[in-house]
Design a protein around this ligand. Structure first.
Ligand code: CTP
Ligand code: CA
Length: 226
């Protein structure tokens, strides 16, 4: 049984996961994106389903199969992802923000394919909204789990993000490591809360890392009112 909503740590709970990279269009055939396979987020969605949760997966660009038994919302840009997440936030118990959101998008999006007339071309970018920060600002009962992709000062930068974005937990990833990098089936993470390190998860399958993250998040859920 993979989706038994009557048993499991997250039975009766609603979990929203964002996964994959966002894609920011320049014109109808060109875009900006960033490295992300979506594997970590999808592993979390699958683990949450197996723990009995009702799962909504907001998926950007993903390079792996989306599991059965989860509600999937496909999005392209960061702005699309923000809208999808906002629409589902209120009725969600746990949000895990594993997506690699593009920090910037092209300021102007050409309706038609840009022709190569000029010798050089300047692409002007503007900041995307910070979806996780929006969730933190509007948090009510939800348990909010962010990710932090860092190449250095991992613990310090991750804890800074946790505080700035009002997360309950932050999962820190060292993206400078080639063995657990983008597209890998394994990961190694540090999980922090507002007080400091909660758990250090040594290198293992993303599926097992996903379970650890959800177990930590489940501890923070308010008691169910029956
Ligand atoms: N995030 C988001 N919206 C954005 C940018 C990031 O929701 N526009 C979320 C990511 O999904 C992740 C967390 O914020 O859960 C941290 O993302 P990261 O890229 O590590 O941090 P940034 O705040 O974007 O800072 P920087 O890239 O400058 O390190
Ligand atoms: Ca970023």
């Amino acid at each position: 049984i993979t989706n038994n909503s009557n048993s499991g740590l997250l039975a009766g709970r609603r979990v929203m996961v964002t996964a994959g990279g966002t894609l920011e269009r320049i014109d109808p055939v060109r875009y900006l994106t960033n490295d992300a396979s979506g594997k970590m987020g999808i592993a979390i969605a699958q683990a949450a389903r197996d723990m009995g949760a009702d799962v909504t997966l907001v998926a950007g660009q993903v390079q792996t199969m989306i599991p059965d038994g989860v509600n999937v919302i496909r999005v392209e840009s960061a702005l699309d992802m923000l809208k999808a997440v906002q629409a589902h936030y209120e009725k969600t118990d746990i949000v895990v923000k594993a997506a690699a959101v593009a920090d910037y998008r092209p300021k102007f999006r050409a309706e038609q394919k840009i022709k190569k007339t000029a010798d050089s071309l300047v692409l002007e970018l503007e900041r995307n909204p910070d979806i996780l920060a929006w969730l933190g600002e509007h948090k009510q009962h939800q348990v909010l789990v962010g990710f932090a992709a860092e190449t250095h000062n991992v613990a310090e930068f991750a804890q800074g993000k946790l505080k700035r974005k009002n997360c309950d937990l932050i999962v820190a990833n060292d993206v400078s490591r080639s063995d657990i990098g983008f597209g890998s089936d394994n990961n190694e993470v540090l999980i922090f809360d507002g007080q400091g390190l909660v758990e250090s998860v040594s290198v293992r399958a993303k599926q097992d890392v996903a379970k650890r993250i959800l177990e930590q998040a489940a501890k923070l859920l308010p008691e169910e009112v029956l």
